[in-house]
Design a protein around this ligand. Sequence first.
Ligand code: BGP
Length: 471
Amino acid sequence: EKPKFPDTFLWGASSAAWQVEGGVAEDGRTPAIIDLNSKKKKPYTDNSITADHYHHYKEDVALMAECGFSSYRFSISWSRIIPASDGVVNEKGIQFYNDLINELIRHHITPIITLYHYDMPVWVDEELGGWRDRRIIDAFDHYVRVCFEAFGDRVKYWLSINEQNMQIVYGKWLGIDKGCTDWEKEKWQINHIMNLCHAKAVIACHEMVADGKIGPVPGYVPIYPKSCKPADQIAAMNAEELTEKIWNDLYVHREYSNFVKKYWQLHDVDPDIRPGDMELIQQAKIDFFALNCYRSNTAMDCPPDESYLELQLNKEGIKGQFVYPKFPGEYQLCANPYVEVTDWDWEIDPIAMRYMLRYMWDHYRLPMMITENGIGAHDVLSEDGHVHDEYRINFLRDQIEQIGMAIEDGCEVWGYNPWSFTDLLSTGNGMAKRYGLVYVNTTDQEVLDLRRIKKDSFYWYSKLIKSNGQD
Ligand code: BGP
């Protein structure tokens, strides 16, 4: 028998503004750094059109309703709401999200909003110094307050900063290091400023949104030790600390852990923590964890005399190109012979999902919702006019089963919002790496008719939702 899901369980999908909306110059939106980055890498990640959700949102919401969704997680583009440093609110930006929210609610779909998902406005970067400078704190506070004021009467679930941990750990790949001269040091300063912005958002949400619930969105990758060799166990614990636990401890305990303080001292990378900072963080009590989980990692011992090796992403989507990094004295990542990988070398590991939920519940005892999970693939529109993505059905089915098992283990899980609803831009691979339940007829090279075509996974997911997870 399949594990049971609570009746209130939210079934939906997930997206982010810059990856799905397009319409980048429409109705007063000003550029975000990520637009410029994406143009540089053209044709791979041009976000000026992508799925053109900005103009197709009604059709997209109608499809969500047809699929049976009870939730949809998306993000707001900061530079649509506040296009310039004068802080003036762009009413047309507010209008777009009001229309989207109202359309969702009309279809009984609960909106879940991420306040920041990688799209730093150019004006914040150029005039305030982006995440590197404390002036962003007030600008961010103003922006989130405008959002709570405008949408808080209808939106109860809020997420602060998407994958803060991944932005710090993989900052170089996400372009967060722009303007930094000493990333290894400055990243901890950026992280501290992000913590303050996160705290401001939590405090403002509780102040302004009646029954508002807010949480952070860690990117979570369970780390297994390569073997039962004790040193591999410590290596896995180091990896866990340095890629996720430092952040999760801060969100919950609202103080920096001894582990991170020692790490800063050892590497001489202490951030500038000013009087009042920790008091502010202390006030920011989160309500739940939103969790993004795609894969697992495996770590092994890396003696101090090994040489540092930088991680190399698999950019082409041909298996076997990922280079596992080495951090001497801390850990090194390695392949896991027990799991298959995707074309981008991401481990296909449903048990990672149960592991994450168990781990997070055991450590923090906070409710959780899954805000990302999914498989990026070279989806093909076949001649019969359909997209036969049985690999996605298998992936999602196995993951959902493990969520059910975690719930039976005693974890409190509110919902499942896999990545993504329609196809949208991948962070590094554009439309070559697709995640959607709905195909969007566009390629990296060409904008075709942007037609929405339900993939086989759409029909399967719809049936699963209607049976509340029983399939
Ligand atoms: C997460 C990000 C998303 C999304 C996803 C898939 O880390 O929050 O924005 O893109 O990863 O990653 P990718 O697009 O690189 O395959």
